[in-house]
Design a protein around this ligand. Sequence first.
Ligand SMILES: NC(=O)c1ccc[n+]([C@@H]2O[C@H](COP(=O)([O-])OP(=O)(O)OC[C@H]3O[C@@H](n4cnc5c(N)ncnc54)[C@H](OP(=O)(O)O)[C@@H]3O)[C@@H](O)[C@H]2O)c1
Length: 232
Amino acid sequence: MRIAIVGNGKMGQAVAALAERRGHVIHTMIGGAENHGGRALTAERLAGADVAVEFTRPEAVVANLERLIEAGVPTVTGTTAWLQELPRIAALVERRRGALLHAANFSVGVHLFLRAAQDLARRFAGHSGFDAFILEEHHATKPDAPSGTARELQARTQSADPARPFPITSVRAGATPGTHLVAYDGPSERVTLLHEARSREGFAAGALAAAEWLPGHRGVHTVEDMLFGAGG
Ligand SMILES: NC(=O)c1ccc[n+]([C@@H]2O[C@H](COP(=O)([O-])OP(=O)(O)OC[C@H]3O[C@@H](n4cnc5c(N)ncnc54)[C@H](OP(=O)(O)O)[C@@H]3O)[C@@H](O)[C@H]2O)c1
């Protein structure tokens, strides 16, 4: 496949390196300096790209998605903290009969972890002797907090046990690619469910798998649609 990479940062570079190792062609790589407001995402620059993979910043992603969808390029985005704009982007995808896959986290394990956390929350419902909390840690340069994955974890645990608060604490320090945990702390015991990403490779592999899957799947998808199927 010919892949347009939008965002030349840690994730854009990880996806590009993995894609080349797997025999894909990097059609173009578009960095921040040349692309204010998505202006580098022209039909000419994108002509011949089978799919785009977008990893930029919360303040840049929406303009990029608009331009990519208008240009008719199936687009995978892993950028976080923009989902308040999803209804507008989804309407554009529908209007243009386009394809978009978005995920705050592309690792396979984290999606199994989210499901396990929801199940655990259901089992703890009604056991009032425990306080629950969510802790997430990321490298010092991650711009947004809490992480998209932590928000999703909170939404799922709260939907399973609406009576219990699940406050999030975020740590931004060092180089960790991403750690999330949910814990239930009681007077004499603690139950902890933990997901630790060891490197960006897992995110890059998931984003690339999404890029391989997306062309031909019209509409707006999450990574769970790809991993577990529509009814999954
Ligand atoms: N879904 C997942 O699995 C996953 C995994 C890791 C990270 N993320 C998210 O992905 C995003 C990027 O993460 P990262 O670690 O790659 O961050 P990063 O290393 O800071 O890279 C972001 C890059 O985006 C570029 N950029 C900014 N505006 C742009 C624009 N309009 N067009 C093109 N490029 C633009 C920046 O370039 P300049 O420096 O030149 O502005 C920078 O190189 C973040 O939102 C992060 O939370 C998601």
